[in-house]
Structures are given as structure tokens and as C-alpha cells.
Design a protein around this ligand. Structure first.
Ligand SMILES: O=C(O)CCC(=O)C(=O)O
Ligand SMILES: [Fe+2]
Length: 479
């Protein structure tokens, strides 16, 4: 039994199973003892891996053989994978039933098998459940003064260019005139776009109606996050660089011009609609191609924790050449395991961005974001003049890490620099000069330190790193 949000006691998945440590305080029997033969000697992790090979019928039947295997067999991660592999779900209209298993098997809550699992002790099974229940409140409160992301009511472009382009900040009063801010809530969007399909990570065929059902009732440790770059076309929105009639929203003026606009239709994906329930969010990453970004909260609130480009972020491991990042943990696990250490790490910045506010992500900054409430956000990536050299350097020196361009664009650096040469030759010249100076300085530093390492070979120099989220390739990339 557990407490529901409204305080009532309800029996919920996973039917009373407990962390492994509880076994040593329990005088009753241990459900694992009924396993036979080889199954008995395999650790839970391995049993789970074996179960990943089973189809839904076999998995379900295996679950009926004993209490311990039942507990393993209802692990919803297994059923999420089964759901995602099943082509049936793509075409058929199905009902989201609160759990992946119930959805695959089309079980209403009353029809789910209930098996008392109070004598099942397993960290492998309990951990995702515990992570799906953590309270996010402690993270948003008690932010040390030194870590707090600055909050500004408004900002001019001159101030941004002079003092703020390298710092995260929250603008508290710059999107309130947007029709999108004034009229969008989950409910109003659900009315207008219920039959429209948006991409939510690996799922791009659910209608918004289904996603709303999922949002309102899921128990996932890392809830599916709606992150769609084609929302403007799907919702038939007009979006402008500056304020105008008939626009859903326009760019905040303080960031100045966006130099990727010279790429026109060939610019990489740059804007996303983001919708998700409480606990959904983005694990640590840097935004693509050394771009900067703004993220506007239309509904809900988000907790942000950020680090400067050269920081080593606790729990985040970057490969030698910066091309790969491993953050093996879910957001909840990272918060439980590493947040306290991260908070003490120099350079750490934290803040809560509320509805009606916008947060600036400077080029190259690491960030993890978690939704404290279900809600809606809009984000756009851009290239301000002050980071042109970073973007040129990324496109030129890390071509294998460049992302978001159409395949037809074979030389993003060549394209960008030639377009800049046509439209803003003096900016290109200035950007290239800065690059040459940086290169000279790096060589000098290497000579004096006796270190002949290449640029970026230390995770501390992971200035240009960005990554996609691994679902659906470029299409599924999160900024
Ligand atoms: O709202 C979020 O989950 C954060 C998205 C993100 O990473 C960004 O806007 O750069
Ligand atoms: Fe991002």
C-alpha cells in the first residue's frame, strides 16, 4: 500500500516488493527461495536480461510460475520494450492503461493480476520504482546563494552582448505578451490538437490525446518526453523573429540576431515544443553545434542545474575526444547519487524557471533539467554574435559531432562561412581572427605546460560537446 497524491491509500505496482536490504530484517520467507536450478544462482540483473529475450506470451506465462518470477515479469521496462517493438500498436487505436504491461495486454486496472510481493526483496526491481516516486521538492529549495542563477526582469541586447552571453540567467518578464503564453495549457492544446501526432522520444505516432492520457497516469522512472521539432507545421503556427500580428510567439529581442539565419532553409533543426509530466526532463548534455538556447516555460516549472563548458560534472563521463558522453543514470538516479556533490562543485548554477519566464543556456554549458510539474515549454537554439567563433570552431574542427543538418548539406562549415561572407563579411573576419588567436594561445599553453595533447583531449576541455539522445537518430535529438 502507498499514499496516492490525494492522500488516499491505494495498492499499486509493484505490490509491496522491497529493497534487497530488507531481507536481512525479515523473519518471514524469501520468495527467491522458490527459484529452481540455474535460475536460483543467477543474480537479478542477469535474470532481467534473460527476460528481455522473451515475447509477451512467454513472459506473462513465466510470471505465473512463482511469486519471484511474477515480480520480475511485471517489470514495466520489459513491457515498454515489448510495446515499442510491437507494430500492432502503431496502427491500432489503443488505450493507455497506466502501465506499459496493462497497455500491451489491454488490462483495465481491475483486471490486473494482484500478487502479494511483500516477500520479494530486490534492488533491481525496487530501484526504478523508488526513483519514480522521489520528491523533487528538496532540489528546488535550499539552493545555495552562490549557485543561484541570476533573475533579471528585462535585458537589452547591449547588456546581453557585453555581460551576459556567457552566463545563464532567467528573464522573468519577456514572454507574457506571447499568444502562446496567454492561451496554451495542456487542456487548451488537448482540445485543439487531440488528433495531431507529436514525437515523444521513440514514439512519434501517438496522438496528443493519447499522450495526455499517458501524462496524467504513468509510473515511469523516466517518463516519455514530448519533444517535437515539427510542431509549428503540425499546429499551423506562425512564428516570427520579432513581434507581429498573427504570430504564436516571437524571439526575445535581448539575444540580438541569430547568425544561423543566414542558412535559411538549410539551418539545422532549431526549435522544439516540449511537453512532459512531473519528473520528465533532459539528462546532462550540451546543446548541439555550440549553439546557445533559450527555453521558455509556458506552463509548469523546471529545475535547472548547469555547469560551465570546462567543468567536470559529477556522474557524467566524457570520452577522450569529447565525442561521447556517458551519463548512465536516469534523472532521478543522478539526483539521488550525485546532486549533493554537484551542488558543491565550483561553477555549479541552479535555478527554477517558472511559467512566464525564460532561461538562457550559454553556448557549451552543461545542463540537466527536470519538470517539477507537468507543463509546456518552447525552446530555440541560436548563434549570437558573441559565440560566432565557438560555432565556427565546432563546425570546422569537430565535423563528426555536428548534428541536425540535412544529409544534403555535406559541408556545414563551408556553407555557414560562405553565407556569412556574403551577408556579414566583417563578422566572419572577426570570428576567424578570434579562432586563430585561440589556436595560437593553445599552442603556447601546450609548449609551456609540456603537454602535447590535442585540443579537447581532456574532459575539462569538452568545450564543443553535444549529443543526441539515441532514440530515432537525428530526428529524436534533444537540444
Ligand atoms: O526543457 C527541457 O527539458 C530542457 C531542454 C533543453 O535541453 C534545452 O532547452 O536546451
Ligand atoms: Fe539543451
Amino acid at each position: 500500500m502507498t499514499k496516492d497524491r490525494d492522500g488516499s491509500s491505494i495498492p499499486i505496482y509493484p505490490f509491496g516488493l522491497k529493497p534487497l536490504g530488507n531481507k536481512y530484517f525479515s523473519s518471514g520467507d524469501d520468495a527467491r527461495n522458490s527459484l529452481k536450478g540455474a535460475l536460483k544462482i543467477l543474480p537479478d540483473e542477469m535474470l532481467m536480461q534473460l527476460l528481455e529475450y522473451l515475447d509477451q506470451r512467454t513472459l506473462r506465462l513465466l510470471g505465473y510460475t512463482c511469486r519471484f518470477l511474477f515480480a520480475l515479469s511485471i517489470s514495466d521496462d520489459l513491457w515498454k520494450a515489448i510495446f515499442l517493438e510491437s507494430t500492432l500498436q502503431r496502427s491500432a487505436s489503443f488505450e493507455w492503461c497506466g502501465l506499459w504491461r496493462s497497455t500491451v495486454l489491454n488490462l483495465s486496472p481491475g483486471k490486473q493480476a494482484r500478487v502479494d510481493c511483500r516477500n520479494v526483496f530486490s534492488d533491481v526491481l525496487h530501484r526504478p520504482f523508488a526513483c519514480s516516486q522521489i520528491s523533487l521538492r528538496p532540489y528546488k529549495s535550499n539552493i545555495p546563494a552562490a549557485n543561484r542563477i541570476d533573475r533579471l526582469e528585462n535585458l537589452s541586447y547591449a547588456e546581453f552582448a557585453e555581460r551576459w552571453s556567457n552566463k545563464p540567467f532567467i528573464l522573468t518578464d519577456c514572454i507574457r505578451a506571447w499568444p502562446a503564453y496567454q492561451s496554451w495549457t495542456i487542456e487548451t492544446l488537448a482540445k485543439r490538437y487531440s488528433d495531431v501526432s507529436f514525437r515523444a522520444e521513440a514514439v512519434d505516432w501517438w496522438t496528443f490525446r493519447t499522450y495526455c492520457q499517458y501524462m496524467a497516469n504513468n509510473h515511469d522512472e523516466s517518463p516519455l518526453y514530448l519533444f517535437d521539432k515539427n510542431f509549428a507545421e503540425k499546429m499551423r503556427l506562425q512564428i516570427g523573429a520579432s513581434e507581429g500580428d498573427g504570430l504564436a510567439y516571437w524571439n526575445p529581442q535581448c539575444f540580438g540576431s541569430d547568425l544561423f539565419e543566414v542558412l535559411g532553409a538549410e539551418r539545422p533543426a532549431h526549435r522544439w515544443l516540449i511537453i512532459g509530466p512531473e519528473r520528465s526532463g533532459s539528462t546532462f548534455h550540451k546543446d548541439p553545434n555550440a549553439t546557445s538556447a533559450w527555453n521558455a516555460v509556458i506552463q509548469g516549472e523546471k529545475y535547472w542545474i548547469m555547469f560551465p563548458p570546462s567543468a567536470s560534472v559529477p556522474g557524467v563521463f566524457v570520452s577522450e575526444d569529447n565525442s561521447e558522453v556517458t551519463s548512465p543514470l536516469s534523472i532521478a538516479e543522478w539526483l539521488l547519487e550525485f546532486h549533493a556533490e554537484a551542488r558543491r562543485t565550483p561553477g555549479c548554477r541552479e535555478g527554477v524557471c517558472r511559467s512566464g519566464e525564460i532561461l538562457h543556456v550559454p553556448s557549451g554549458w552543461w545542463h540537466l533539467v527536470v519538470n517539477l510539474e507537468g507543463g509546456i515549454a518552447l525552446t530555440q537554439n541560436f548563434v549570437p554574435k558573441s559565440h560566432l567563433a565557438d560555432v565556427l570552431s565546432f563546425l570546422r574542427d569537430r565535423p563528426d559531432q555536428v548534428s541536425g543538418f540535412d544529409k544534403a548539406v555535406t559541408d556545414p562549415y563551408g556553407l555557414f562561412s560562405s553565407r556569412l561572407k556574403e551577408e556579414y563579411p566583417e563578422l566572419l573576419e572577426e570570428g576567424l581572427k578570434q579562432l586563430a588567436e585561440r589556436q595560437k594561445k593553445r599552442r603556447w599553453d601546450m609548449v609551456v605546460s609540456g603537454n602535447d595533447a590535442e585540443e579537447g583531449s581532456s574532459p575539462k576541455k569538452a568545450t564543443g560537446f553535444s549529443f543526441g539522445f539515441g532514440f530515432g537518430g537525428e530526428d529524436g535529438e534533444i537540444p
